[in-house]
Design a binder for this molecule. Structure first.
Ligand code: EPZ
Length: 420
């Protein structure tokens, strides 16, 4: 396993390019199961998670190869409906092969995703959705097993106690593309990644409208064709670099970012005294000497994203007051608190909230990454802390941030990657 050694306090300057979206790429890769024709995907980020999904698709009947920065996905003529525990257990996002396998092959056997440190990851809404479309579903031996001769369009309300489900919406939307008749998903997830998946499916000949709104309508079609599609920017990587610029008081240029997808973040930044200058698809951040505290609650899109909560907790550690952060999507997503506290942050948990008392300075320390976004928070803290920070288990970071140490070194950070 790798670790990162960061020497804090180096000024960051220059520019960084945001990579393609991980959370759009995973369901779009799964959607290629809906056709036997060749698909070409561009601007796909090279990440542990995309590699895992590529391995999974190869086990499900796809031949996949990189051709420079293009990913070519073809059928190997041997479709397989079983998504194996070994692969699915390492990445929750694999659950989104369920819908495509079921609607294309009439059957699917997908290992139930393990939980993860950010909280219990149920799939009851995925199951409810495919049952609404007529599938017979049972769980056996840690697998969800679904069969259906032909799915039938239906109206399904797809939200649980914590609101809509992103991958639940993705699964039902994909299953409905080849179902008979019309499907209406009520209380669908509105995330841009769901919208991007719908756009890709329409490129394949699907008939979807309402994507990006809480009501998505899908007219089933007989067949889907291959498509050539360019993934858009990673909204969460973009938000992470904007928060890093604010925290490090740097105005480095951030390229390939559609800032209109980060309005909740922009609103919060205004409240802490940070301005963001937008120029087409680039942004520059201007921060004050001292950041003001500002309390937030995370919500499904377009609310403040839970995937930026850990990074925001890090920046709130360095303000001149007290802030409260509540995560309504994943109330236990606070593994980063213990590690940030080792660096001198003053944070305590109360139920699904974190109470943060700002301090003047953080100091470097050995810390351990626990999940993808918590590790991003630790890197941000290490970059501004006094002294050296050593972050262990950075494979968590490599799951979702493409070449993050190279990008930061190009900005002037002092970062070394070593074997643990
Ligand atoms: C997606 O996960 C993202 N992952 C997550 O990003 C993100 O945190 C999450 O959406 C919320 O925005 C990918 O897109 C690959 P959900 P997903 O189903 O779809 C509950 C990252 O850091 N729920 O929208 O699995 C669930 O417990 C990752 O990139 C049910 O109750 O999340 C949670 O409280 C982490 N039943 C809420 O809904 C279900 O059947 C939202 O979960 C499904 C979910």
């Amino acid at each position: 396993m790798d670790k990162l050694i960061i020497e804090g306090g180096k000024p960051l300057k220059g520019e960084v390019r945001i990579s393609g979206s991980k959370n759009a790429t995973l369901p779009v890769l799964a959607a290629t199961l809906l056709t036997d024709e060749t698909c070409i995907l561009r601007n796909v980020p090279r990440l542990l998670d995309t590699n895992t999904m590529i391995k999974l698709l190869k086990s499900l009947g796809k031949d996949i190869e990189w051709d420079k920065d293009k990913l070519i996905i073809m059928s190997n003529g041997k479709p397989n409906p079983v998504a194996d525990y070994k692969l699915v257990s390492t990445m929750r996002g694999s659950i989104c092969v369920l819908g495509p396998l079921l609607t294309k092959l009439g059957e699917a056997k997908v290992s139930l995703p393990g939980g993860c440190v950010i909280g219990v990851r149920p799939v009851d809404l995925h199951q409810k959705g495919i049952e609404a479309l007529g599938a017979k579903v049972r769980t056996e031996g840690g697998y969800i097993i679904a069969t259906a001769k032909k799915l039938k369009g239906a109206r399904v309300y797809l939200a649980g106690a914590s609101g809509p489900s992103v991958l639940g919406t993705a699964n039902i939307m994909m299953a409905a593309t080849l179902a008979e008749g019309e499907t209406v998903i009520e209380c669908a997830a509105c995330e841009p990644e769901v919208e991007e998946l719908a756009n890709f499916l329409n490129e394949m000949g699907a008939r979807i409208r309402g994507q990006g709104s809480p009501r998505i309508i899908i007219q089933g079609v007989k067949k889907l064709r291959g498509a050539d599609y360019r993934m858009s920017f990673d909204r969460i990587e973009g938000g992470t670099f904007v928060l890093l610029a604010a925290m490090a008081r740097s105005n480095f240029l951030i390229r390939d970012i559609d800032y209109s997808q980060l309005t909740a973040l922009d609103d919060v930044l205004t409240n802490i005294g940070v301005q963001v200058q937008v120029e087409k698809n680039t942004v520059r951040v201007k921060s004050p000497k001292v950041l003001k505290p500002f309390s937030i609650t995370t919500y499904p899109y377009p609310g403040f994203p839970t995937d930026l909560q850990a990074q925001y907790t890090a920046i709130m550690a360095l303000t001149n007051g007290v802030s409260v952060i509540r995560d309504t999507v994943f109330p236990d997503r606070f593994m980063h608190i213990a590690e940030l506290s080792r660096m001198g942050a003053r944070i305590r948990r109360e139920g699904g909230s974190a109470i943060i008392e700002g301090v003047k300075e953080l100091s470097g320390a050995p810390v351990t990454a626990s999940d993808l976004r918590a590790s991003a928070a630790l890197v941000m803290a290490g970059l501004v802390a006094k002294g050296k920070t050593e972050i262990r288990r950075v494979y968590h970071l490599d799951r979702g941030y493409e070449n993050i140490d190279k990008k930061l070194i190009a900005l002037g950070a002092s970062i070394k990657r070593e074997k643990e």
